[in-house]
Write a protein that binds this ligand. Structure first.
Ligand code: MLT
Length: 277
């Protein structure tokens, strides 16, 4: 059977919002949470090559093929959406893997729904809340998106998302990221900015994550959440493993897909069977 024939896309209505949720593979469940302003296809290689796991990859509300309400965006709301997705799919416990904003949501998910988390992968993300300057920059970005549209904002963001080498040579990844960003509904884009700007600081909850097997992954050239932040994050979670991926910026699963898939496979293999139950 080809990897593609295993893809299943559900439409699940959660709190009145229609979410697109892709599933591939069979085995212990793992939940993939994408970043901003992207969609589940950042995990394409992982979804198609981790057939020994039941991979569950939703498009968050307001992004990808999911519905985009005018209001109702908060990190806590995204986390609640995801627990409802797991409920509807009959999954009681899953490995959680979030990238960037997906990592903020993973941390929120773990602090609210601890018993649903079998293991954690925090990729290109941070535990710190926005600094005042970062919060201001989000307001400016929202204004630019309203005034000039997402195409303008996309060109501003692209060089920060990808390593210089990926930007210069990896045309497929550049085109795919550009397309995802431009296709993001304005309401979802603005809602996510507002949600990230208002998010809490998760540093105080990291020590309690200790018993959960955790891996922190970062692109060596990540300009948005640089390796130094990942080191601090991993050091604050007892027992967490840290991996720095060469040749990648902020979008490790797309820029180094095979390496990322292999890292996840090895990490999940190391998780004790009892953790998945
Ligand atoms: C993301 O990739 O999800 C965002 O860049 C995160 C952020 O802006 O804080």
């Amino acid at each position: 059977m080809t990897a593609h024939s295993q893809r299943r896309v559900h439409r699940l209505v959660v709190d009145g919002v229609d979410l697109a949720v892709e599933e591939t593979g069979r085995g212990p469940p793992v939940l993939f949470i994408h970043g901003f302003p992207l969609d589940r296809t950042i995990w394409r290689h992982q979804l198609d090559h981790l057939g020994a796991y039941r991979c569950i990859a939703p498009d968050l509300r307001g992004m990808g093929a999911s519905g985009s309400p005018e209001e109702g965006y908060a990190i806590a709301q995204y986390a609640t959406d995801l627990v409802r997705v797991l409920d509807q799919l009959g999954v009681s416990r899953a490995g959680v893997c979030g990238l960037s904003m997906g990592g903020y949501i993973a941390l929120e998910f773990a602090s609210r729904f601890r018993d649903r988390v079998a293991s954690m992968v925090l990729m290109d993300t941070r535990a710190e809340a926005d600094s005042p300057a970062a919060a201001e920059a989000r307001i400016a970005m929202a204004q630019r998106a309203r005034n000039e549209g997402l195409a303008a904002v996309t060109e501003e963001m692209l060089p920060k998302l990808l390593a210089p080498e990926s930007l210069a040579r990896n045309d497929l990844v550049v085109a795919s990221v550009r397309q995802m960003m431009r296709a993001t509904p304005l309401a979802g884009f603005l809602g996510a900015l507002q949600a990230m700007r208002s998010r809490v600081d998760y540093r105080g909850s990291l020590a309690a994550l200790g018993p959960t097997p955790t891996m922190v992954v970062v692109g060596a050239q990540d300009a948005i959440t640089p390796p130094a932040l990942a080191r601090t994050l991993a050091a604050a979670i007892p027992g967490a493993k840290l991996v720095e991926v060469p040749g990648a910026g902020h979008l490790v699963p797309m820029e180094q897909p095979e390496t990322t898939t292999q890292l996840l496979r090895e990490f999940w293999r190391s998780v004790k069977p009892s953790e998945w139950e």
